[in-house]
Ligand binder design. Sequence first.
Ligand SMILES: [Fe+2]
Length: 378
Amino acid sequence: MREWHAAAQESAGMMVLPVKRRILIVDDFPTNRRVLREMLRELGHEVIEAKSTTEALSLISRDVVDLALVDLLAPGVGGPALCCILRNHSATQSIPIILITDTPDAENEAIGIAAGADDFLVRPMRTKVLRARVQSVLCRKSVLDSMDEAETVLFSLAQSVEARDPALGQHCQRLALLSSTLGVAMGFSAPDLIALHRGGYLHDVGKVGVPDRILFKPGRLTEEEWRVMKQHTVRGEQICGGMKSLKSVLPIIRHHHERWDGSGYPDGLRREEIPLLVRVLQIADIFDGLTRERPYKPAYTAEHALQIIQEETAAGWRDPMVVEAFMDVFPLFSNGDLTSRSSLQALALSLQEQNGWRVEESAETAAPFQHAPISEAM
Ligand SMILES: [Fe+2]
């Protein structure tokens, strides 16, 4: 077993087996239902079937359903209308729905998404893609289900912070997936993966208190401005600190700007004083920052980003063990479209399959590299 893997296992504990979810297939063709059931078998979820939307509604009224895979033309009211019905009732509005059709048709897809479908798939589907989509929506539902109302408000706040800066795109979402995927590769426990996932969304929530004139200042920050900017770590911890359920995320929020050599902030932690989850999230954060276009730089290739991460590690800023783990999975990170939720989920699944793991859950202004880490978040 690799050194980093052993250390991560020791730190994070054993893997946690997934909770079984119930997936409802709604399709009048037995062959379609059988094919879907076969494709989903490896995921280990319970699969139930309905031949019509009427039967589906009857099943949903009796049983908990975690995901519905619905044929666009399912007998009864049809797939889009079933979406509308489920979305308009409080008891069923959070059930994820994936619509499936035989013919690619942008208009139908638009109607389905407008009706409330979470995703749209066209037959024939590749097993890996279907599984990735299914796990993706189940993961999202799992996060939402585990939040209480106050948490939901905090996540909304974090997203509103991100929305202030169009250049970030969906940085938090990508970071949540990238860091938890790296966590999967390092053999983290499900609770740690969830902490990474939530940390991806919440790490910069404290920026809600940073004025726009500082956050978006194109030039160098003054000493006073820099002091205000650095406070976002502590402020974020304060904002989330009252919530027991976010306890494991607080170190990520407070320490995501610490550096391996002790030159980071707010506490100047060094080496293993910086929690492992934080060190993992940092690498994912840097990689995403480097591979995305920003007003002050182009999007670097994955290879260029890796080179910079290695240079920063040689300079003493990053944990060599985590970077080594990242390099192990880098070929997977560097292949495909890293902006896509489903491709990242597919990556996580691929890692799980390769290693026989089963898990439930699954940036910012830069100064020139010679002065500071090029992608390091403020
Ligand atoms: Fe930050």
